[in-house]
Design a protein around this ligand. Structure first.
Ligand SMILES: Nc1ncnc2c1ncn2[C@@H]1O[C@H](COP(=O)(O)OP(=O)(O)O)[C@@H](O)[C@H]1O
Ligand SMILES: [Mg+2]
Length: 372
């Protein structure tokens, strides 16, 4: 069955092993947009850095049951989600979550615990969005096992394209070894500078690649490039420090318009559509078959305000973790690809079999890197 029209909620993991690409910003703001449009959403913060929780104004001082508690005992899920805004529920993270990897290392069901918990409460929601950490350890594997779909936030850069090849390979390994129903829903381009030829070329490459996969048996055969790309917008970088989503902090900003349109696309695919927006924001999510009168919604052609640099924010301290298919090949029910974030064995990463990036772009890009 197509995960997009599955009768249960859509369970979507937002995943990219690279840090600083826009995963958390995308998870939080898509979740907030869907909630505003009237569909109940659960956001699961799987990153021990707890950025999504902080973005929604929930910090380590919170006494609410966290993902860490759930991984230790899935039965704790029932009271765990916190309603942070109308229709928007959070399963918060906490710094202790980093210890889960070691604490659960001997448990046979350690990759299935989040799934077990979420299945017990999923009837309450139309969407479950999982914000994954930038690594492929126990936490991300729990996320990919609990999800039916993967949404890949990425930047329109040639090196990022190569990363997507590795990421797809990872999804395939997980679908073979842990979660056969896992599919790639698509890609959301973040921090997009549409003016540059570079970005336009990346979009063209991605579209060509995705089209070339339609007849394959891969988990990404139906993957699409979600529209619109999310423009680089300083308001999106500012709002987390106020514990607000873009819809509270700057609802008129391009970032709000872009995320709202992606949320509408996701809702429409789910077999539901969105009624007309009004000041009275009560349950506008309407069931399948209703007329979608929201698609005519005009998105303001606001220009990007990238005049203000977010460079510092983009410079992520996290290394670009690479999956190691060699490890994953060895993985059986009780073993899975290891997070080698901390090991940085670049030379051990085999050439990805899924080549997304044309070779001449790769050469140009790595020359530029060496020159820098
Ligand atoms: N469209 C955007 N425009 C400007 N800054 C952005 C945009 N999207 C994300 N950012 C900023 O980029 C940084 C990395 O984004 P984040 O969502 O935290 O990435 P990840 O979760 O992948 O590490 C954050 O400081 C965030 O505020
Ligand atoms: Mg993040």
């Amino acid at each position: 069955m197509d995960a997009r029209t599955h009768p249960g909620p859509r369970r979507i993991a937002l995943m990219n092993q690279k840090g600083g690409v826009g995963k958390t910003t995308t998870t939080v703001n898509i979740a907030a947009a869907i909630a505003e449009l009237g569909a109940p959403v659960l956001l699961v913060d799987l990153d021990p850095q707890a950025h999504a929780s902080l973005h929604l104004g929930v910090d380590d001082a919170s006494e609410a049951t966290s993902v860490y508690d759930i991984l230790l005992d899935p039965a704790e899920i029932f009271e765990a989600p916190i309603e942070v805004k109308p229709n928007l529920w959070l399963l918060r993270s906490e710094t202790d979550l980093a210890a889960a990897e070691t604490e659960l290392s001997q448990e046979a069901d350690r990759y299935a615990r989040l799934r077990e918990a979420l299945e017990a409460v999923e009837d309450r929601f139309k969407f479950v969005l999982l914000d994954c950490p930038p690594s492929l350890g126990l936490l991300t594997l729990n996320g990919l096992n609990a999800a039916r779909e993967v949404l890949i936030p990425m930047q329109a850069q040639f090196l990022a394209l190569q990363g997507v090849g590795k990421l797809l390979e990872t999804v395939q390994l997980v679908s073979q070894q842990l979660n056969p129903e896992l599919r790639v829903a698509g890609i959301v381009l973040c921090m997009f500078d549409g003016q540059t030829t570079h970005a336009q070329e990346v979009v063209a490459d991605l579209e060509t690649y995705l089209e070339s996969q339609r007849e394959t048996e891969t988990p990404w055969r139906d993957a699409k490039l979600y529209q619109p790309p999310i423009r680089r917008n300083i308001k999106l970088a500012e709002c987390p420090s106020f514990g607000q989503t873009i819809f509270e902090y700057a609802p008129w900003a391009p970032g709000a318009a872009d995320y709202r349109r992606i949320a509408e696309a996701l809702l429409a695919e789910h077999g539901g559509s969105i009624g007309e927006r009004s000041a009275d924001d009560e349950h506008k999510y309407t069931p399948a078959g209703a007329v979608d009168d929201a698609t005519g919604d005009q998105t303001p052609e606001a220009t990007d305000d990238s005049g203000e640099s977010v460079e510092a924010a983009d410079r992520s301290p996290e290394p670009d973790a690479q999956p190691r298919p060699a490890d994953a090949d060895r993985a059986s029910d009780d073993a899975a690809p290891r997070d080698d974030d901390r090991q940085g064995h670049e030379d051990e990463v085999p050439t990805p079999q899924i080549r997304v990036m044309p070779a001449e772009h790769a050469a140009r890009e790595s020359d530029a890197e060496r020159g820098a």
